[in-house]
Design a protein around this ligand. Structure first.
Ligand code: COI
Length: 355
Protein backbone atom coordinates (compact mmCIF):
# COMPACT_ATOMS: atom_id res chain seq x y z
CA UNK A 1 0.00 0.00 0.00
CA UNK A 2 1.30 3.38 -1.02
CA UNK A 3 1.77 6.10 1.59
CA UNK A 4 3.63 8.76 -0.35
CA UNK A 5 1.97 11.26 -2.69
CA UNK A 6 4.01 12.72 -5.58
CA UNK A 7 2.98 16.22 -6.53
CA UNK A 8 3.34 17.82 -9.98
CA UNK A 9 1.86 21.29 -10.11
CA UNK A 10 0.22 22.66 -13.23
CA UNK A 11 2.26 25.25 -15.11
CA UNK A 12 -0.83 27.09 -16.24
CA UNK A 13 -3.78 28.22 -14.19
CA UNK A 14 -7.25 28.14 -15.71
CA UNK A 15 -9.59 31.10 -15.36
CA UNK A 16 -11.94 30.70 -12.41
CA UNK A 17 -15.66 31.17 -12.98
CA UNK A 18 -17.77 33.86 -11.30
CA UNK A 19 -18.84 32.33 -8.02
CA UNK A 20 -22.42 33.64 -8.31
CA UNK A 21 -23.01 31.98 -11.71
CA UNK A 22 -21.92 28.43 -11.04
CA UNK A 23 -23.90 25.47 -12.26
CA UNK A 24 -23.37 21.95 -10.89
CA UNK A 25 -20.41 19.97 -12.19
CA UNK A 26 -19.41 21.84 -15.35
CA UNK A 27 -16.09 23.39 -14.34
CA UNK A 28 -13.02 21.59 -12.95
CA UNK A 29 -10.02 22.85 -11.00
CA UNK A 30 -6.32 22.77 -11.97
CA UNK A 31 -5.34 19.47 -10.31
CA UNK A 32 -6.51 15.93 -9.69
CA UNK A 33 -5.44 12.97 -7.56
CA UNK A 34 -4.67 9.60 -9.15
CA UNK A 35 -3.51 6.20 -7.91
CA UNK A 36 -3.46 2.77 -9.50
CA UNK A 37 -4.10 -0.77 -8.37
CA UNK A 38 -2.44 -3.96 -9.53
CA UNK A 39 -2.58 -7.42 -7.92
CA UNK A 40 1.14 -7.34 -7.15
CA UNK A 41 1.53 -3.74 -5.94
CA UNK A 42 -1.90 -3.11 -4.42
CA UNK A 43 -2.85 0.60 -4.53
CA UNK A 44 0.29 2.40 -5.65
CA UNK A 45 1.72 5.43 -7.44
CA UNK A 46 -0.37 8.01 -5.58
CA UNK A 47 0.03 11.36 -7.28
CA UNK A 48 -1.42 14.82 -7.62
CA UNK A 49 -1.09 16.02 -11.21
CA UNK A 50 -2.48 18.76 -13.42
CA UNK A 51 -6.13 18.10 -14.34
CA UNK A 52 -5.84 16.60 -17.82
CA UNK A 53 -7.36 13.96 -20.12
CA UNK A 54 -6.36 10.36 -19.46
CA UNK A 55 -5.51 7.82 -22.10
CA UNK A 56 -7.01 4.32 -21.99
CA UNK A 57 -7.02 1.37 -24.35
CA UNK A 58 -10.54 0.84 -25.88
CA UNK A 59 -10.55 -2.65 -24.38
CA UNK A 60 -10.28 -1.21 -20.84
CA UNK A 61 -13.04 -2.83 -18.85
CA UNK A 62 -14.46 0.55 -17.82
CA UNK A 63 -15.91 0.91 -21.34
CA UNK A 64 -17.83 -2.34 -21.21
CA UNK A 65 -19.50 -3.65 -18.07
CA UNK A 66 -19.92 -0.71 -15.70
CA UNK A 67 -17.77 -1.94 -12.80
CA UNK A 68 -17.40 1.57 -11.39
CA UNK A 69 -17.99 3.30 -8.05
CA UNK A 70 -17.95 6.94 -6.99
CA UNK A 71 -18.50 9.29 -4.10
CA UNK A 72 -19.50 12.90 -3.64
CA UNK A 73 -18.55 15.27 -0.81
CA UNK A 74 -17.94 18.98 -0.45
CA UNK A 75 -15.36 21.47 0.83
CA UNK A 76 -16.34 24.90 2.13
CA UNK A 77 -14.31 28.03 2.83
CA UNK A 78 -15.15 29.79 6.10
CA UNK A 79 -15.29 33.54 6.65
CA UNK A 80 -11.85 33.37 8.32
CA UNK A 81 -10.42 31.47 5.35
CA UNK A 82 -10.29 27.96 6.80
CA UNK A 83 -11.25 25.05 4.56
CA UNK A 84 -13.70 22.53 6.00
CA UNK A 85 -14.74 19.05 4.88
CA UNK A 86 -18.01 17.49 6.03
CA UNK A 87 -17.82 13.93 7.41
CA UNK A 88 -15.31 12.61 4.82
CA UNK A 89 -14.88 9.37 6.80
CA UNK A 90 -18.55 8.49 6.05
CA UNK A 91 -17.84 8.78 2.32
CA UNK A 92 -14.80 6.53 2.65
CA UNK A 93 -16.85 3.91 4.52
CA UNK A 94 -19.50 4.01 1.82
CA UNK A 95 -16.90 3.86 -0.95
CA UNK A 96 -15.60 0.64 0.57
CA UNK A 97 -19.16 -0.70 0.83
CA UNK A 98 -19.64 0.04 -2.86
CA UNK A 99 -16.23 -1.51 -3.61
CA UNK A 100 -17.25 -4.66 -1.79
CA UNK A 101 -20.48 -4.95 -3.82
CA UNK A 102 -18.69 -4.30 -7.14
CA UNK A 103 -15.72 -6.65 -6.41
CA UNK A 104 -13.26 -3.72 -6.33
CA UNK A 105 -10.36 -3.87 -3.83
CA UNK A 106 -10.81 -1.92 -0.59
CA UNK A 107 -9.06 1.43 -0.26
CA UNK A 108 -7.43 2.89 2.86
CA UNK A 109 -9.95 5.60 3.79
CA UNK A 110 -7.54 7.52 6.06
CA UNK A 111 -4.94 7.71 3.31
CA UNK A 112 -7.50 8.89 0.77
CA UNK A 113 -8.72 11.60 3.18
CA UNK A 114 -5.12 12.75 3.54
CA UNK A 115 -4.73 12.82 -0.27
CA UNK A 116 -8.00 14.66 -0.62
CA UNK A 117 -6.91 17.28 1.91
CA UNK A 118 -3.65 17.86 0.03
CA UNK A 119 -5.51 18.17 -3.28
CA UNK A 120 -8.09 20.60 -1.86
CA UNK A 121 -5.34 22.66 -0.21
CA UNK A 122 -3.54 22.99 -3.57
CA UNK A 123 -6.74 24.12 -5.33
CA UNK A 124 -8.06 26.10 -2.35
CA UNK A 125 -8.52 29.29 -4.38
CA UNK A 126 -11.15 27.48 -6.43
CA UNK A 127 -13.51 27.12 -3.46
CA UNK A 128 -16.36 29.52 -4.20
CA UNK A 129 -17.86 31.58 -1.40
CA UNK A 130 -21.17 32.89 -2.81
CA UNK A 131 -24.33 31.73 -1.01
CA UNK A 132 -25.24 28.15 -1.99
CA UNK A 133 -21.84 27.35 -3.55
CA UNK A 134 -19.06 24.94 -2.52
CA UNK A 135 -16.28 22.80 -3.96
CA UNK A 136 -17.72 19.42 -4.96
CA UNK A 137 -15.25 16.55 -4.58
CA UNK A 138 -15.74 13.50 -6.79
CA UNK A 139 -13.63 10.43 -5.92
CA UNK A 140 -14.20 7.50 -8.30
CA UNK A 141 -12.71 4.16 -9.30
CA UNK A 142 -12.64 2.60 -12.76
CA UNK A 143 -11.50 -0.86 -13.90
CA UNK A 144 -8.53 -0.62 -16.28
CA UNK A 145 -7.70 -4.19 -17.27
CA UNK A 146 -7.70 -4.79 -21.04
CA UNK A 147 -10.16 -7.67 -21.27
CA UNK A 148 -13.60 -8.38 -22.70
CA UNK A 149 -14.57 -11.29 -20.46
CA UNK A 150 -17.19 -10.60 -17.80
CA UNK A 151 -15.15 -10.81 -14.58
CA UNK A 152 -13.84 -8.40 -11.96
CA UNK A 153 -10.96 -6.39 -13.39
CA UNK A 154 -7.50 -7.12 -12.01
CA UNK A 155 -6.35 -3.48 -12.42
CA UNK A 156 -8.02 -0.22 -11.32
CA UNK A 157 -7.52 3.54 -11.29
CA UNK A 158 -8.73 5.70 -8.42
CA UNK A 159 -9.13 9.43 -9.10
CA UNK A 160 -10.39 12.52 -7.34
CA UNK A 161 -11.51 15.57 -9.30
CA UNK A 162 -12.82 18.86 -7.93
CA UNK A 163 -15.58 21.11 -9.24
CA UNK A 164 -16.72 24.48 -7.89
CA UNK A 165 -20.52 24.19 -7.86
CA UNK A 166 -23.74 26.08 -7.34
CA UNK A 167 -27.14 24.46 -6.71
CA UNK A 168 -27.77 21.00 -8.13
CA UNK A 169 -31.30 21.97 -9.19
CA UNK A 170 -32.03 25.05 -11.26
CA UNK A 171 -34.69 25.88 -8.64
CA UNK A 172 -31.85 26.54 -6.13
CA UNK A 173 -33.33 26.43 -2.64
CA UNK A 174 -36.86 26.86 -4.01
CA UNK A 175 -39.15 23.81 -4.02
CA UNK A 176 -38.74 21.25 -6.81
CA UNK A 177 -41.44 19.21 -8.55
CA UNK A 178 -41.13 15.44 -8.49
CA UNK A 179 -42.77 12.79 -10.69
CA UNK A 180 -43.73 9.58 -8.85
CA UNK A 181 -42.47 6.88 -11.21
CA UNK A 182 -44.94 4.07 -11.83
CA UNK A 183 -43.39 2.27 -14.81
CA UNK A 184 -39.60 2.01 -14.44
CA UNK A 185 -37.72 0.91 -11.30
CA UNK A 186 -34.27 1.92 -10.04
CA UNK A 187 -33.17 -1.03 -7.93
CA UNK A 188 -34.34 -4.28 -6.37
CA UNK A 189 -33.46 -6.13 -3.17
CA UNK A 190 -30.26 -8.04 -3.83
CA UNK A 191 -29.26 -5.66 -6.62
CA UNK A 192 -26.79 -2.77 -6.45
CA UNK A 193 -29.18 -0.09 -5.14
CA UNK A 194 -27.23 0.75 -2.02
CA UNK A 195 -23.89 0.98 -3.84
CA UNK A 196 -22.83 4.23 -5.46
CA UNK A 197 -22.21 2.73 -8.87
CA UNK A 198 -22.71 4.18 -12.34
CA UNK A 199 -25.24 1.55 -13.44
CA UNK A 200 -27.83 2.75 -10.92
CA UNK A 201 -27.68 6.18 -12.47
CA UNK A 202 -27.66 4.89 -16.07
CA UNK A 203 -30.82 2.92 -15.41
CA UNK A 204 -32.53 6.02 -14.04
CA UNK A 205 -32.05 8.15 -17.15
CA UNK A 206 -35.04 7.01 -19.19
CA UNK A 207 -37.57 7.80 -16.46
CA UNK A 208 -35.74 11.03 -15.68
CA UNK A 209 -35.92 12.12 -19.32
CA UNK A 210 -39.63 11.38 -19.57
CA UNK A 211 -40.38 13.20 -16.30
CA UNK A 212 -38.33 16.17 -17.39
CA UNK A 213 -40.38 16.48 -20.60
CA UNK A 214 -43.46 16.77 -18.38
CA UNK A 215 -41.83 19.57 -16.36
CA UNK A 216 -40.61 17.56 -13.35
CA UNK A 217 -37.06 17.93 -11.99
CA UNK A 218 -36.63 14.34 -10.83
CA UNK A 219 -38.48 11.07 -10.30
CA UNK A 220 -39.41 9.46 -7.02
CA UNK A 221 -38.58 5.77 -7.15
CA UNK A 222 -40.91 3.19 -5.65
CA UNK A 223 -39.86 -0.32 -4.63
CA UNK A 224 -38.95 -2.65 -7.48
CA UNK A 225 -41.43 -5.41 -6.60
CA UNK A 226 -44.83 -3.91 -5.79
CA UNK A 227 -44.12 -0.31 -6.93
CA UNK A 228 -45.80 0.71 -3.71
CA UNK A 229 -43.18 1.71 -1.12
CA UNK A 230 -41.13 4.88 -1.40
CA UNK A 231 -37.38 4.46 -1.95
CA UNK A 232 -35.45 7.59 -2.99
CA UNK A 233 -35.10 10.29 -5.62
CA UNK A 234 -31.97 9.07 -7.46
CA UNK A 235 -29.90 12.12 -6.57
CA UNK A 236 -31.22 12.39 -3.01
CA UNK A 237 -32.95 10.59 -0.14
CA UNK A 238 -36.44 11.72 0.79
CA UNK A 239 -38.22 12.84 3.97
CA UNK A 240 -41.88 13.69 4.69
CA UNK A 241 -43.50 15.46 7.61
CA UNK A 242 -46.85 13.84 8.19
CA UNK A 243 -49.01 14.95 11.11
CA UNK A 244 -45.98 15.98 13.19
CA UNK A 245 -43.87 12.88 12.43
CA UNK A 246 -40.81 13.24 10.20
CA UNK A 247 -40.43 9.99 8.28
CA UNK A 248 -37.92 8.66 5.78
CA UNK A 249 -37.90 5.19 4.18
CA UNK A 250 -35.85 2.69 6.17
CA UNK A 251 -32.63 1.40 4.58
CA UNK A 252 -33.47 -1.84 2.85
CA UNK A 253 -30.48 -2.63 0.66
CA UNK A 254 -31.83 -0.89 -2.43
CA UNK A 255 -31.74 2.67 -1.02
CA UNK A 256 -28.52 4.68 -0.95
CA UNK A 257 -27.26 5.33 2.59
CA UNK A 258 -26.90 9.10 2.28
CA UNK A 259 -24.43 10.95 4.51
CA UNK A 260 -26.80 13.94 4.53
CA UNK A 261 -29.72 11.59 5.33
CA UNK A 262 -27.81 10.27 8.35
CA UNK A 263 -26.93 13.82 9.46
CA UNK A 264 -30.53 15.03 9.14
CA UNK A 265 -31.83 12.12 11.24
CA UNK A 266 -29.32 13.05 13.96
CA UNK A 267 -30.23 16.74 13.84
CA UNK A 268 -33.98 16.09 14.00
CA UNK A 269 -33.60 13.70 16.96
CA UNK A 270 -31.38 16.25 18.69
CA UNK A 271 -34.17 18.83 18.29
CA UNK A 272 -36.54 16.39 19.99
CA UNK A 273 -38.72 15.82 16.93
CA UNK A 274 -40.62 12.61 16.30
CA UNK A 275 -38.48 10.92 13.63
CA UNK A 276 -38.96 7.48 12.07
CA UNK A 277 -37.13 5.36 9.55
CA UNK A 278 -39.79 2.97 8.33
CA UNK A 279 -41.57 1.52 5.33
CA UNK A 280 -43.69 4.25 3.81
CA UNK A 281 -46.07 3.70 0.93
CA UNK A 282 -46.97 6.40 -1.59
CA UNK A 283 -50.59 5.63 -0.79
CA UNK A 284 -49.99 6.62 2.86
CA UNK A 285 -48.51 9.92 1.69
CA UNK A 286 -51.47 10.44 -0.66
CA UNK A 287 -54.02 9.72 2.08
CA UNK A 288 -52.18 12.10 4.43
CA UNK A 289 -52.38 14.74 1.70
CA UNK A 290 -56.13 14.13 1.25
CA UNK A 291 -56.65 14.56 5.00
CA UNK A 292 -54.56 17.74 5.14
CA UNK A 293 -51.84 16.00 7.20
CA UNK A 294 -48.99 16.15 4.69
CA UNK A 295 -47.05 19.11 6.06
CA UNK A 296 -43.72 19.01 4.25
CA UNK A 297 -41.50 16.96 1.95
CA UNK A 298 -37.83 17.46 1.17
CA UNK A 299 -34.88 15.65 -0.37
CA UNK A 300 -31.42 15.39 1.17
CA UNK A 301 -28.08 14.74 -0.52
CA UNK A 302 -24.54 16.06 -0.83
CA UNK A 303 -25.21 17.62 -4.21
CA UNK A 304 -28.82 18.61 -3.45
CA UNK A 305 -28.20 19.65 0.22
CA UNK A 306 -31.81 20.10 1.47
CA UNK A 307 -34.18 20.43 -1.42
CA UNK A 308 -37.78 21.28 -0.50
CA UNK A 309 -40.43 19.53 -2.60
CA UNK A 310 -43.42 21.65 -3.65
CA UNK A 311 -45.31 19.17 -5.81
CA UNK A 312 -45.60 15.47 -6.63
CA UNK A 313 -47.28 14.06 -9.72
CA UNK A 314 -48.87 10.80 -8.61
CA UNK A 315 -51.37 8.68 -10.53
CA UNK A 316 -52.47 11.53 -12.81
CA UNK A 317 -52.91 13.91 -9.90
CA UNK A 318 -50.88 16.87 -8.68
CA UNK A 319 -50.15 16.85 -4.95
CA UNK A 320 -49.17 20.32 -3.82
CA UNK A 321 -47.32 20.59 -0.52
CA UNK A 322 -47.24 23.63 1.73
CA UNK A 323 -48.69 25.71 -1.15
CA UNK A 324 -45.52 24.98 -3.13
CA UNK A 325 -43.45 26.98 -0.62
CA UNK A 326 -40.39 25.97 1.40
CA UNK A 327 -41.49 24.47 4.71
CA UNK A 328 -40.29 25.44 8.18
CA UNK A 329 -38.31 22.24 8.85
CA UNK A 330 -36.65 22.28 5.42
CA UNK A 331 -35.54 25.87 6.02
CA UNK A 332 -34.26 25.20 9.54
CA UNK A 333 -32.40 22.08 8.38
CA UNK A 334 -30.86 23.90 5.42
CA UNK A 335 -29.70 26.83 7.55
CA UNK A 336 -28.30 24.64 10.33
CA UNK A 337 -26.61 22.09 8.06
CA UNK A 338 -24.98 24.65 5.77
CA UNK A 339 -24.08 26.72 8.86
CA UNK A 340 -22.20 23.75 10.35
CA UNK A 341 -20.59 23.03 6.99
CA UNK A 342 -19.44 26.63 6.54
CA UNK A 343 -18.35 27.10 10.14
CA UNK A 344 -20.97 29.72 11.09
CA UNK A 345 -22.91 27.31 13.38
CA UNK A 346 -21.37 25.43 16.26
CA UNK A 347 -20.32 21.93 15.16
CA UNK A 348 -21.97 20.16 18.07
CA UNK A 349 -21.81 16.75 16.36
CA UNK A 350 -18.11 17.02 15.54
CA UNK A 351 -18.77 16.59 11.82
CA UNK A 352 -16.34 18.99 10.19
CA UNK A 353 -12.64 18.39 9.57
CA UNK A 354 -10.24 21.18 8.72
CA UNK A 355 -8.00 20.82 5.67
C1 COI B 1 -24.21 13.42 -4.44
O1 COI B 1 -25.11 13.96 -3.81
O2 COI B 1 -23.01 13.59 -4.19
C2 COI B 1 -24.51 12.54 -5.54
O3 COI B 1 -23.74 11.64 -5.75
C3 COI B 1 -25.63 12.81 -6.39
C4 COI B 1 -25.10 12.88 -7.77
C5 COI B 1 -25.50 11.72 -8.55
C6 COI B 1 -25.16 14.18 -8.40
Amino acid sequence: MTTKIDITLSETKKEKPESGQLEFGRVFTDHMFVMDYSPTKGWHDARITPYEPISLNPSSMVFHYGQTVFEGLKAYRTEDDKVLLFRPEKNMQRLNLSNERLCIPQIDGDFVIEALKQLVAIDKDWIPTAEGTSLYIRPFIIPTEYYLGVAPSKFYRFMIILSPVGSYYKEGIHPVKIFVENQYVRAVAGGTGKAKTGGNYASSLKAQEEASKKGYSQVLWLDGVEKKYIEEVGSMNIFFKINGEVVTPELNGSILEGVTRNSILKMLSHWGMVVSERKLSMEEVYQAYKQGLLEEAFGTGTAAVISPIGEFYYNDEKITINDGETGEISKKLYDTLTGIQKGTHEDIFNWVTEV
